[in-house]
Structure formats: structure tokens, C-alpha cells
Design a protein around this ligand. Structure first.
Ligand code: FES
Length: 289
């Protein structure tokens, strides 16, 4: 069973659990058990009787004081001599079995246990789902393919640029034309694979807008990147042109492996400040926004 299947099963289990919990609560809701009776009522009645007798004694004492002779004699009844019960001592003794496992507690504990086990399973399934991405997805080196093929793909026959998306790296592959040493990238190592002779360089630009993180699409007519969220615009080197973005589009460190493949190190994101002088013209046609 692969990670995705495990994840889907986890989602289904959690959904079943939620439905079961809702049904359980709904079915256990019923009319109340009626008025409270039992030892509480007995204690209240005894207390009331004792209070009545105390009041009668108080009245008799008051009558004796006023007439000078005792006119009322209260006979002691067995209830008068009966000690006032201690409520704590009147607690009913129940068996350990009744205490530990009555019906409601059993279901409550079963539901809680089921929830706990399912959450644990769901957590493990989520971890299993995410784990493979730590071994080759974003955040790790990603191969974008042969660099000569990439160069041919991103530069069209009419000389215009058509950036190539690399989804696993969240990157646009674009050519770098011009002199790196005269660009804003001069101070940033390993952001461009410089071409031999007249060959353009190759670089990988993060497709995430440095303003608020929207994915920035390419705009072929204007030969740049234009963010649909708040209108930031960049040329095809990712250099800031206009809009609320605080800097150029971010880049990744790039290298070439032994098979001449472009390796994008998505764990190394390089930020550059706005270039005072742009290394490629923008716009070269109508905007897409
Ligand atoms: S997110 Fe791109 S301009 Fe705001």
C-alpha cells in the first residue's frame, strides 16, 4: 500500500469517526430522568422535622418566661433522640463493577479510544504521505534535464524567450543573456550556468512572487513575468520592474551534474535587491494584465 492510498484511507476513517460520533451523541440524547429522588429527599425531610421541633421548643421557652410557669411540655419522640445523620456516611456503596463499567462510560471510553487510535493512524498516514517529498521534492536538489535541451526549449526560433516550468522545483527556467558581471547577479554565486562562447546562460527563478507569494506566470507578449495578484512585473531575468514587490524574483542555486543535467538546489533560495540597471529590456510587447 503506497503513501497516497494510506492517506486516503486515513481520511475515510476520520470521516467515518466523525459520523459515528455525531450519531452516538444524537442517539444518546433523550428525555431527562425526571425529578431527583432518593437520599437527598430523606435528608431534607429530616432536616425540616428537626427545624420544626427546634422552633416549637423556642416557642415553649418563650411562653414559660412570660407566664412564670411552664405550660408546655414537649414529649420526646424517638425521632428527637435520633442522631442527625451524616450525609457522607449515607453514601450508597456500589460494586467496583458498577463503578467502573456502566453502559454510558463504556461507550464514552470506546469512542475516545477509537478516536485516539484513529488520530494516531491519521498522523502516521500523513507523515507517510509527506515523507517521500523530503527525498526529491521542493527543498532538495531537483534535476531539470539536460542543459542543452533546456537552452533549445527556452529560446524560440524567432529569438524570443519561452520560460520552461519545472513544477517539482517550483521554478521557471530562463536564459540569461548578457554579461553576468554587469548584472545584479554579479555578487551572487551560482545563480547562472554561464554558456560557452555565444551561448546564453541558464538560470532557475522561483515562481513565487516575493510580494505575497502568488505564483507568477510568464507573459510571452511582454517578455516578462506578471503577477496577477497585485500587479508586480518583472523582466525575464526576474528583475523587478514595477508593483508592490519588494525585490527581484528569487532564484535558486544551480549546478551541472556529470551527465550535463541542470540541478536546481531548491533548498538554497537567493534573494536580490531591485536592480538599478536592468539587464534585459521590458516590456517588449503588450502586458498580459
Ligand atoms: S503577490 Fe505578486 S504582486 Fe502581490
Amino acid at each position: 500500500m503506497d503513501a497516497q492510498t494510506t492517506f486516503i484511507i486515513g481520511i475515510a476513517l476520520v470521516t467515518l469517526l466523525v459520523v459515528a460520533a455525531v450519531l452516538s451523541v444524537a442517539l444518546n440524547r433523550g428525555p431527562s430522568a425526571g425529578p431527583v429522588t432518593g437520599s437527598f429527599d430523606r435528608r431534607a425531610a429530616k432536616a425540616e422535622r428537626a427545624a420544626r421541633k427546634a422552633a416549637a421548643r423556642a416557642r415553649a421557652a418563650a411562653s414559660t418566661d412570660e407566664t412564670g410557669s411552664a405550660t408546655v411540655v414537649l414529649a420526646e419522640t424517638p425521632e428527637d433522640t435520633e442522631p442527625i445523620p451524616d450525609p457522607l456516611m449515607e453514601r450508597e456503596t456500589i460494586s467496583a463493577e458498577e463503578y467502573g463499567v456502566n453502559r454510558r462510560m463504556f461507550f464514552n471510553r470506546a469512542i475516545l479510544g477509537f478516536f485516539g487510535a484513529s488520530l494516531g493512524f491519521f498522523g502516521l498516514a500523513s507523515l507517510a504521505f509527506l515523507w517521500p517529498k523530503l527525498k526529491g521534492g521542493f527543498g532538495t536538489p531537483v534535476s531539470a534535464g539536460n542543459i542543452d535541451d533546456l537552452r533549445a526549449e527556452v529560446i524560440q526560433s524567432d529569438g524570443t524567450i519561452k520560460p520552461k516550468p519545472i513544477p517539482a522545483a517550483q521554478a521557471w527556467i530562463v536564459p540569461f543573456r548578457g554579461d553576468v558581471s554587469k548584472s545584479i547577479l554579479a555578487d551572487v554565486a551560482d545563480t547562472v550556468i554561464v554558456g560557452a562562447g555565444a551561448e546564453p546562460g541558464i538560470m532557475a527563478i522561483w515562481h513565487r512572487c516575493p510580494h505575497l507569494g502568488c505564483r507568477v506566470p510568464e507573459c510571452l507578449p511582454s517578455q516578462g513575468f506578471e503577477c496577477p495578484c497585485h500587479g508586480s512585473k518583472y523582466n525575464f531575468h526576474g528583475e523587478y520592474i514595477e508593483g508592490p514587490a519588494p525585490r527581484n524574483m528569487d532564484r535558486f542555486r544551480v549546478t551541472i551534474d556529470a551527465e550535463n543535467n541542470l540541478i536546481i538546489d531548491t533548498g538554497t533560495i537567493i534573494e536580490t535587491s531591485r536592480a538599478p540597471v536592468k539587464s534585459v529590456a521590458y516590456p517588449q510587447g503588450p502586458s498580459c494584465l
